[in-house]
Design a protein. Structure first.
Length: 123
């Protein structure tokens, strides 16, 4: 199991109850092992962060970015966060909320291809 800060658990639960429209839409397609039979978790604490979606079997993190993530300070924070997660052997892929809402099938295809590659490497 990957490390996480226990104090993030209650915040993660709160985030699960108040997901954005894009998160809710993507979750309807990732939950219950619908993609390649692998389990995804939503709002999962990892290290000092809460990631939007996580697949342990493929060590894959899927992040959805709202408008605030395009502010210069947020871009720097996101790069740092990604570097820390990747240092644990995780792959981080990002989509903006609009992509999920407008191009859901394309987003799912990218996730599918990444899962296939990551699972093949582990298998």
């Amino acid at each position: 199991m990957l490390p996480y800060k226990k104090e993030l658990k209650s915040r993660a639960r709160a985030l699960r109850r108040s997901m954005t429209d894009a998160e809710q839409l993507l979750w309807t397609r990732l939950r219950r092992k619908q993609v390649l039979g692998v389990q995804f978790y939503r709002q999962k604490p990892l290290t000092g962060y809460i990631v939007d979606f996580y697949c342990a079997a493929a060590k894959l993190v899927v992040e959805l970015d709202g408008d605030q993530h395009f502010e210069p300070a947020e871009v720097v924070r996101d790069r740092h966060r990604t570097a820390q997660l990747e240092a644990l052997g995780l792959k981080v892929i990002r989509f903006d909320n609009r992509q999920v809402l407008v191009e859901l099938e394309d987003v799912l295809n990218v996730i599918f291809v990444e899962l296939e590659q990551r699972l093949e490497l582990r298998g």
